[in-house]
Design a protein around this ligand. Structure first.
Ligand code: S3P
Length: 172
């Protein structure tokens, strides 16, 4: 039986960092969906948003997600922050694997982590630092119903990456 471990959560919650560490520890392939899209499209995520628009990005994101979910192998997959939040994507994901983990952080913590690297994220790049927390709060409220469909919700504000990896391992 293949083990497909999927990490999801808001931008800046550490999905890629935790995914890499976990994959290393479990000796599994690591796939970062944003990087997968960038390689396939030969373009960066901010450039795809800029030149082709968000709707095109979401369509491709869903296509490449399906391609990965259908792989006949074990892996750790870090989704993009918005991946589970459109159409029936989250249902589709949870049908494919019981190992889905929501890396849940408070808006306050996400704001602190996202401000220094917001230029990499087209959805928040245009926002001033002052309005970031309010935006993230509202956005999280909209997205939480999707994120919460994950099999496990891990509250990770005060945890180190290695503690988070251990928590995931305990639930496999
Ligand atoms: C997005 C999150 C990004 C990336 C794109 C859209 C979102 O991924 O997919 O900028 O809608 O939250 P990260 O969560 O890895 O930053």
């Amino acid at each position: 039986m293949n083990t497909k471990i999927i990490l999801l959560g808001y931008m800046g919650s550490g999905k890629s960092t935790i995914g890499q560490l976990l994959a290393q520890k479990k000796q599994l392939r690591f796939i970062d969906l944003d990087t997968f899209i960038e390689e396939k499209e030969q373009n960066s995520v901010p450039e795809i948003f800029k030149t082709k628009g968000e709707i095109y990005f979401r369509k491709k994101e869903r296509e490449y997600l399906n391609e990965i979910l259908n792989l006949d192998e074990s892996f750790v997959l870090a989704l993009g922050g918005g991946t589970p939040c459109f159409g029936d994507t989250m249902q589709h994901i949870t049908q494919k694997t019981p190992h889905t983990f929501y890396l849940c952080m408070t808006a306050k913590m996400l704001t602190l982590r996202l401000i220094p690297e917001k230029h990499k994220r087209p959805l928040v790049a245009h926002l001033s630092d002052e309005v970031m927390e309010e935006f993230i709060n509202k956005h999280l409220f909209e997205r939480n119903p999707f994120y919460r469909q994950a099999n496990f919700t891990l509250h990770i504000d005060t945890l180190s990456p290695s503690e988070i990896v251990t928590m995931v391992e305990e639930k496999l």
